[in-house]
Design a protein around this ligand. Structure first.
Ligand SMILES: C[S@@+](CC[C@H](N)C(=O)[O-])C[C@H]1O[C@@H](n2cnc3c(N)ncnc32)[C@H](O)[C@@H]1O
Length: 236
């Protein structure tokens, strides 16, 4: 279904949330808004699947409709792997359960800050950390690092900003042009931007890398960067 959530003039812009209305148009919204989504998801799915071996355990934290979970399932044919998709949005979890019925996957309505990932071989945070309060990001990463297998893999994809404001503005403008080329109007872009202002605070790549290390991760690979998006493969 086509995303028209911000199409009409809204008298009052409320903070963005993953509601039923957003869930219904989510695949179209994310494809037309996040540059590189169609690369990040399959490749993170591939990296995760390879790391799971024959009987590994994975967590897809902030799974939305399960696109990453599906990408992992498609790349690993073993019947003994298990993937838990976690999300705090009830419509998203309902949608994921309906769309993905592979018995190797389960979907749980839960806050990722309360999720026990003990023994996980793979943990994915695809476009999710950016929705936590900045002060909550390091504690979450610390707890993942402690709980997951020492041979495990953490995959984190995020919108990022540049430390140089001019560089940031350059890519931001190009992103805006891309969204318009994808059929969003000036009004839609402006209204969504206002709605996201309070709920999505982004970091620089350097801040991400520093935080991974502070959380106890020893190996950090940035495998992807496109405009204002980046993805990292991180190991304890
Ligand atoms: C941009 S979407 C993630 C996209 C998804 N990972 C994918 O690859 O298609 C962000 C998701 O994170 C979820 N989320 C945000 N904060 C959360 C939290 N504290 N606990 C659980 N889920 C959360 C939202 O409900 C939303 O579905």
């Amino acid at each position: 279904m086509r995303d028209e959530v911000f199409r009409h003039n809204q008298a009052q812009i409320v903070d963005f949330a993953f509601t039923e209305e957003v869930t219904a148009v989510f695949p179209d919204m994310i494809r037309r808004s996040v540059m590189g989504y169609e690369t990040m998801v399959p490749v993170t799915g591939l990296a995760a699947a390879r790391h799971l071996g024959k009987s590994g355990l994975a967590f897809d934290l902030g799974c939305s409709l399960g696109a990453t979970t599906l990408a992992i399932l498609q790349q690993n044919r073993s019947a003994d792997i298990h993937i838990c998709g976690i999300d705090s949005s009830a419509p998203m979890i309902e949608g994921a359960k309906q769309a993905i019925t592979d018995p190797r996957a389960e979907f749980r309505l839960q806050d990722i800050r309360d999720t026990d990932v003990s023994g996980a071989d793979v943990v994915v945070l695809n476009l999710v950390l950016q929705f936590l309060e900045p002060t909550e990001r390091l504690p979450l990463l610390r707890s993942l690092q402690t709980q997951m297998q020492k041979t495990g893999l953490l995959i984190v994809s995020e919108k990022v900003c540049h430390s140089d404001p001019e560089e940031h503005a350059y890519y931001d403008e190009l992103h805006l042009a891309w969204k318009k080329a994808n059929g969003y109007s000036e009004l839609e872009v402006a209204q969504k931007r206002s709605a996201l202002e309070n709920v999505m605070q982004i970091d620089t790549e350097a801040a991400h890398e520093e935080r991974f290390r502070e959380a106890g991760f020893t190996r950090v690979r940035q495998w992807y960067r496109c405009m204002n998006w980046a993805s990292f493969l991180v190991q304890p």
